[in-house]
Design a protein around this ligand. Structure first.
Ligand code: FES
Length: 99
């Protein structure tokens, strides 16, 4: 049995575009790449607002790499690859085609 998105819970990616994460444009580049990947893999979840992608100025966990946080779990990724982020969302929604 696969889990599905809880209708009351929105999975939200917050991509940091703060002064350290985006010092060389890496934060905004990651945001653009992730936006494309999410639109291909989870179009229905994006359309229904059960999945969203936003930017933040600083997530207060600065490193020298790009930072992404997934909510509501609070999981933080440092210099993630897009596939890693897609797997994180998929683990929250199983094989639900609407995810
Ligand atoms: S600038 Fe990205 S976490 Fe602080």
């Amino acid at each position: 049995m696969s889990a599905a998105f809880d209708a009351d819970v929105t999975q939200r990616f917050l991509v940091c575009v703060g002064p350290r994460c985006d010092a060389e444009g890496g934060g905004r580049a990651l945001h653009a790449t992730l936006a494309d990947a999410l639109a291909r893999r989870f179009p229905e979840a994006l359309a229904s607002c059960r999945l969203s992608l936003q930017t933040r100025d600083c997530l207060r966990v600065c490193t020298r790499e790009q930072i992404v946080r997934l909510e509501p779990s609070g999981e933080v990724f440092s210099n993630p690859c897009v596939e890693e982020l897609l797997r994180a969302v998929a683990s929250e929604c199983g094989d639900d085609p609407a995810c």
